[in-house]
Ligand binder design. Sequence first.
Ligand code: C2E
Ligand code: CA
Length: 773
Amino acid sequence: MKKKIFMPVLTLVYLLYSYAIITNNNMLGDLLSPILMFIITCVIFYGFVKKQEITILKWLGSMVTLAAFSWFLCDTWWGIQTLVLHTNPEENFITVYGYSMSNLFLFLATSFAVHEDLKKMNKIQAMLDAIIVSVSITVLLWLFVFDQRSDKVVLLLTDPISMASLIMDVIMYAWINVWAFSARKIKTPLYHAILVTGALIFVIADFVYYYIDFYIDYKANTWIDGAYVVAFSLMAVSAILKARAKKEKPDLILSGSKKRVVCKLGVEIFILSAPLIVLIFKRDEIEYFILLVMALLIYYILISFTQKSLFQEKLLQLEKKNVLELEKKVKERTEEITKLHNTDFVTGLYSRRYFEARLSKSLKHLDQNELISVLYIELNKSKSIKYLYGKDTAEKLLKSVSEALYQIAIRNDGFIATYGDDAFAIMVKGYEAEASSETIAMEIIDRCNELFFIDNHGIKATLNIGISCYPLDTLDKNNLIKNADIAMMQARDKGLNRVQSYSDKIGKITDNRHNIEVKLKKVVFDKEFLLYYQPQVYCKDGTLSGFETLIRWYEGGTKFIPPLDFIPLAEETGIIVPLGYWIIENAAKQYALWKEKTGHAYRIAVNVSSKQLVEVDFVEKLEAILKKYDVKPELFEVEITETQQIENSINIQETLNDLKRLGVSIAIDDFGTGYSSLYYLKNLPADRIKIAKELIDNVESDFYSKAIIQMVISVAKMKGNKVIAEGVETKEQWECLQKLDCDEIQGYYFAKPMPAGDIEDKWLDKEKVIEKI
Ligand code: C2E
Ligand code: CA
């Protein structure tokens, strides 16, 4: 409500005051002027002091408020004198000099602004601007105010208050120009521009007042008084704008910011118009005109230099900013690439590369007695999981496992990384590193005993862990990961979800493996390999039914290397393929020799690795060998293990079918262990099942083993297969197997594997029936 009335009333007061000025109505003017000045003072106080939080602006605002307030006081006193006391205010000391107080306060306000502005301005530019403006004003004042009369200057000297006011005006005027020039490329807040315009009008009005006072008689309530009110009104408008403006940073307030409205005061026009004014109004004083033009020329020449250097400085700064920004971007990009390089795409863990770098760094900074343990973790069955559930699920499982491992690692202060497709490495550093690594390993195994739920499947992750510790297991830093890997392989040999710490023994085993591998690559088959034969007998009476061929390696002719030590290596290296043909050929040759010697053909079995079965021409080659030595296919038996692999490989299955067509006998070896199961028994084209020694060992004592054997025998019989028991070592086992209706047996109880010569001596002279007493 108040606001609604206030604005029309204020407008009315302004209109009435304007009317008073136009008509030179003293009564109305003297009455309204103090009222207006009171409102203006209040507004300026509200906007520039009360609403101000920044100290420097509060000070500046206070000065402007005081300028308006002292003007209000003088106006009020003037009004009282004319309207109430009916005395002449122009003769009163307070009214004559009181108005100069406003000059003083505005001057102080300008001084604050100058102080702040100079911090932001180019000093040379400001100085040049100040000089040209001062020259122009001095010339104009000299010509117009003092009329080139030095006595006027002297007269002014006798009136120090007026003189001080005039000097302050000149300084203010000069500064406003300087500010406008120097700020020409800077965008200034609107309120700031209005405030400066107000001050400018005040100063110009003051100049005019002094001129009028000198030469014409000053009359109150004329347009000059109106100009003062306009000047203060503009300051009040500025105060309102400032109060409404959002909070700003102090350094933007005085010198402006780039986001503000452009302030083009056009003061430049003034210095350009100064010589024109001289030319028009003081045509006789041409020398002053020339003086001003010369001054302007010099000014513009100098200013173009400073502007240029300013521009170059700006360019330089811009360039510097661009370079800095570019550097920042390059740094960010490099960090991104390094991160990508150092992280694994699927698991999001650090990469092997980063792990190795981190490990060697940690090894370099080890304190005395500090240890570093490395856990090498390998997931098993990733291939079969991929095969069973698909690539996506396998990847999700890998991610879930990696997350679980990560949690365990960080809980125990370990550092984890992905180490290959389905392997991880964890590093633990500290005095208790060895113990911590074991804790981590146990926690991992525990976690892996629970299911991982992926895409509605509950999947069990199986893994093996190898641990190696520096400097306990190795002093060679490079061997740390290698040893953990070796230990992991040892763990894998023992079964799933096993942990193995590296030890010298393991190291020796590995070294041994390595030695064998090297020797195997160089071995001449005929020189170092020979075949042993183990008789197989009928269970019912112990009469000879055939032989199993078993390879023997006497390295360098003397050092015996067991088949279980070199056969897996021969498979890994692929040597098993030529070696396998060598075995088949020699076994077939032996068959032919014995047949020739005894006139009787004995069944002979060879162990064939699945690596050999995948060979596309295996059956063809076998057939050729059998033909070469005239071996009856049904008396030649192929023993196969790793039945799961066979089941999964279409190639091998085709090979087995071809063997079957050829008439070759097929035996499933080591039945009852590993992956073999009744399921495979049903699907594979087998003639004979060889029950593993592990089951035979406990046949008399263990009900479970006995039950399995019984079941295998009955299933095999149903399918028309024969059953042979391996590793029979006692008479009791034999008798037990007899009761279970087993077809054949093989084992140390009857004969150990032996060279062909021994077979001939002990078994082929006469068919022996072993009756062990
Ligand atoms: P396998 O095929 O299961 O061979 C049976 C193993 O049991 C043989 O060990 C044999 O000497 C042993 N054995 C037989 N009866 C008894 C017994 O009553 N008690 C005990 N304790 N052991 C008995 P060997 O010759 O050391 O062969 C080990 C494995 O090496 C074989 O297991 C077979 O997987 C592989 N192997 C042996 N010779 C060949 C071969 O010529 N070719 C291929 N591919 N593998 C072979
Ligand atoms: Ca065998």
